[in-house]
Design a protein around this ligand. Structure first.
Ligand code: PMP
Length: 356
């Protein structure tokens, strides 16, 4: 039912999918949302508890301490950093900031499923550009830029395929983007990258004033429930987006947990190393079982099953394993705890037609 007072575009938007974590009241093995399998470190929990005691007060709307710590962590000025309620809030702020009549946003597809609805909500025309060999096709994306393109998103590593774009290709692409068009590298999974074949946009910011990078505490830092992410970019971009960001949207608990996580970086890095090792183990087993899984540089693997994706997804559901199914395309499975990963591998090995 549409609401007469509302914009018709809302009728076209899909609602966000319910979490795939519970079936018939029974918890499933949670391999659908690319979360960290590890519980928060004790130091993070202590920070959460301490910040919770101040729940009757508004948090610092400017996220001052967190912004400072992030600036130090990345060797950039504080004016270049903006925290938000998850990196998705910053993507939404970017879209809102760029939206004007006729404006377009170019992004890879298949990629993060919220790019199209965020664009439509903001009133931007979505221009999805198909992947090539499971990668963001930067040449094709550059070809699609017009005088109406205000924003270009690059997802590196790409969700759901886990691939990265090469550094040379990235630089050549950035050289082709006009200066009045904002480029955003969505690096939600960059902490899992272990290949020299790509580079973070953080190392390119000086060369490209129209470039910004988004990152998140939801994945490698294990704070998905607390909703905190950040953007690094030119100070004038940060200043403008700070006006779009909802005041007080990053809770005090989230700010303190993120700060504590930055102080525990070594231990979190060791956890990420474990995930990377599990990723290799899973991919090796899946390749041996006949699945053509592209090399992943993130905390998930992509099974390009085509027309069999839905049936494979149901097969996993029957085994109480939550994965993300993309009908007609493939299935994405997160790298979880070793036990959950073993269960998934057993389930995949039992798939009758495991030859792709
Ligand atoms: N970008 C990508 C590519 C993602 O996969 C996600 C979450 N799945 C996000 C951004 C948003 O993450 P968050 O809002 O939790 O920071």
């Amino acid at each position: 039912m549409s609401v007469p007072a509302f914009r018709p575009v809302l009728d076209q938007l899909p609602g966000y999918r319910a979490t795939e974590g519970v079936y018939d009241g029974e918890p499933a093995r949670p391999l659908s949302a690319n979360e960290s399998p590890d519980e928060p470190l004790p130091g993070v929990l202590a920070a959460v508890t301490a910040a919770g005691a101040l729940a009757h007060r508004y948090p610092d709307p400017l996220c001052t301490a967190l912004t400072r710590a992030l600036a130090r962590r990345h060797g950039v000025p504080e004016e270049a950093v903006l925290a938000g309620a998850g990196s998705v809030a910053l993507l939404q702020a970017l879209m809102t900031a760029c939206a004007r009549p006729g404006a377009e946003v170019v992004f890879p597809w298949r990629s993060f499923e919220l790019y199209p609805p965020l664009a439509q909500l903001a009133g931007l025309r979505p221009v999805p550009v198909p992947l090539a060999d499971h990668r963001n096709d930067l040449d094709a994306m550059a070809d699609r830029i017009t005088s109406d393109t205000r924003l270009v998103l690059v997802c590196n590593p790409n969700n759901p395929t886990g691939t990265v774009v090469g550094e040379r290709a990235l630089r050549a692409f950035l050289d082709r983007v006009p200066p009045d068009c904002q480029v955003v590298l969505d690096e939600a999974y960059f902490e899992y990258v272990r290949t020299p074949d790509t580079c973070s946009g953080l190392t390119l910011l000086g060369a490209y004033p129209n470039l910004a990078v988004t990152r998140t505490f939801s994945k490698a830092y294990g704070l998905a429930a607390l909703r905190v992410g950040y953007l690094v970019g030119a100070p004038d971009v940060v200043e403008a987006l700070a006006k779009v960001r909802l005041a007080y949207s990053v809770s005090g608990v989230a700010q303190e947990a993120a700060l504590a996580s930055l102080a525990l970086e070594e231990r979190l890095r060791a956890r990420v190393d474990d995930t990377v090792a599990e990723r290799t183990r899973m991919r090796t087993a899946l390749l041996a079982a006949g699945f053509g899984v592209p090399e992943s540089h993130s905390n998930f693997l992509w099974l390009p099953l085509g027309d069999d994706a839905a049936a494979f997804g149901r097969h996993c559901t029957a085994e109480r394993i939550a994965v993300r199914t993309y009908d007609g395309e493939g299935v994405r499975v997160s790298v979880g705890s070793p036990g959950d990963n073993d269960a998934f591998l057993a389930c995949a090995a039992a798939w009758p037609s495991a030859v792709y």
